[in-house]
Design a protein around this ligand. Structure first.
Ligand code: AMP
Ligand code: ZN
Length: 466
């Protein structure tokens, strides 16, 4: 496999530290609100990465942190008059529900910041010992970026422009205010009862130290892959590198992958701009998790994706066309006609699919292999060239695609028809038998208005959803 490594801005062959294993840290949500689908684009990209590694036979250990203490969680828990834990609990639960709706594979570990304060304090202590950390007048502790000569390597920061002695206390800031960042924030009234003891007095950790301390705990001082949305690159990931490499005196991460933004009218989807949909908004409009997944995954992770609802409508069309193919493949007559053909087509499709994913997650090429197989199968079915054995081979291939794509419903049973509808259908059959065609037509129209049609087949009546 090869990936585009943001560190160095070039494609590199993936060589994990341990053969056959991939260690991966993915910056998780700040649990102060429902995640929006821009956030989920990042988590879906990470899911695609994880599943593609698995498709290529790697065993993945993924760690995703939950930021349950930071400027925003404190601010909003106080506004809601709730303890920090009570406040964040609701959004943690919602986050896991949303991951399940989107069929995102679970990470191996979801460490929470509030239960890893000791590890963060330990790391800050090391940074003090090694001369990278200092305490400011208000009791907060800062990382001195001048002491770390490689600062700026990831975000490509021009250090010559840098003003000395600038200190930034907020978790998020722009490149033009690059400066010393907070490792430990001294308690003040705005924090309410959110505080932990430390060698530097009561306070709470900065956001960046959280990921340095927790990645080290679960993945080691050096690990393979670190990902996030492109907006995480600076300052968050730059600061993580500085902290970890200064404390541990070894390389932090070998491959950095960043996904581009989901946009609306070409502006980043974000809470602050208010131009966002949550997953729940889309469910309320009748879309499914599988459709949202398909729509957000279909564009290469390093390209911007401009969101609108027609993407979801298109996803629905695609997914239904697959479902229709699966049901026809399952319904073929017994026999092995076309089996060799199906095997050849499948082998080629799987090879192309895997190669494409291995090439920096080239999803367009991977999907093109899927669509080609779909088309070939549809053609073979139209020509009545295949029997059940061939159908099984192709279904098995789609199952393998789906270990990565995740949106296909391979095992969907035909939808069950409500009893009330079946009753109307039976009445219509009876009316027809009695040659009461006016009544039969009226019942047919009633069924239609409820969203069902009756098909007369040689095996009898069949009721279907429109
Ligand atoms: P946050 O909760 O703001 O820390 O964001 C969680 C993740 O979502 C991070 O990896 C962000 O980079 C990512 N993210 C936020 N907004 C977007 C967006 N509009 N498109 C893609 N990723 C995003
Ligand atoms: Zn992080």
């Amino acid at each position: 496999m090869r990936f585009y490594n943001t560190l160095g801005r070039r494609f590199e062959e993936f060589k994990p530290l341990n053969d056959g294993y991939a260690g991966m840290y993915t910056c998780g949500p700040t649990v102060y609100n429902y995640a929006h689908i821009g956030n989920f684009r990042a988590y879906l990209f990470e899911d695609l990465l994880r599943r593609s590694l698995e498709f290529h036979n790697y065993k993945v250990k993924q760690v995703m942190n939950l930021t349950d203490v930071d400027d925003k969680t404190i601010r909003d828990s106080r506004a809601a008059n709730l303890s920090l834990n009570d406040f964040t609990k609701k959004y943690k639960e919602a986050f896991f529900e949303d991951l399940a709706t989107l069929r995102i594979e679970k990470a191996e570990v979801y460490p929470e910041a509030t239960t890893h304060i000791a590890e963060m304090i330990e790391m800050i202590r090391t940074l003090f010992e090694k001369g990278y950390a200092y305490k400011s007048e208000d009791g907060s502790v800062y990382f001195s970026i001048n002491k770390f000569k490689d600062y700026g390597q990831l975000a490509k920061i021009d250090r010559s422009q840098q003003r000395d002695g600038v200190r930034i206390s907020t978790d998020e800031y722009e490149k033009d205010s690059v400066g010393d960042f907070a490792l430990w924030k001294a308690w003040d009234e705005k924090d309410g009862d959110v505080k932990w003891d430390s060698p530097w007095g009561p306070g709470r950790p900065g956001w960046h130290i959280e990921c340095s301390a927790m990645s080290q705990k679960y993945l080691g001082k050096t690990f393979d892959l670190h990902t996030g949305g492109i907006d995480n690159m600076f300052p968050h990931h730059e600061d993580e590198i500085a902290q970890s490499e200064a404390a541990n005196e070894c390389k932090f991460v070998n491959y950095w992958l960043h996904c581009e933004h989901l946009t609306v009218d070409n502006k980043k989807m974000s809470k602050s701009l208010g131009n966002f949909y949550t997953l729940r908004d889309l469910m309320a409009k009748g879309y499914t998790g599988a459709e949202v997944r398909w729509a957000l995954m279909g564009t290469h992770y390093r390209s911007k994706l401009n969101f609108n609802l027609s993407l979801l409508d298109q996803a629905r069309v695609n997914l239904r066309s697959f479902a229709s193919l699966f049901s026809r493949l399952k319904g073929l007559d017994n026999g092995d006609a076309g089996k060799a053909d199906a095997e050849n087509l499948s082998a080629k499709a799987l090879q192309d699919f895997g190669d494409a994913l291995g090439d920096d997650l080239n999803i367009a090429e991977a999907l093109s292999a899927v669509f080609k197989l779909q088309k070939a199968a549809n053609t073979a079915l139209a020509a009545k060239a295949w029997q059940l054995d061939a159908g099984k081979v192709v279904l098995e291939t789609f199952r393998k695609f789906n270990t990565v794509l995740g949106s296909l419903d391979m095992d969907a049973e035909e939808e069950s028809i409500p009893a009330e509808i079946m009753e109307l259908a039976e009445k219509r059959q009876a009316a027809r038998k009695a040659k009461d065609f006016a009544m039969a037509d009226a019942l047919r129209d009633e069924l239609k208005s409820k969203g069902y049609v009756i098909e007369d087949t040689p095996a009898g009546m069949k009721v279907k959803k429109i």
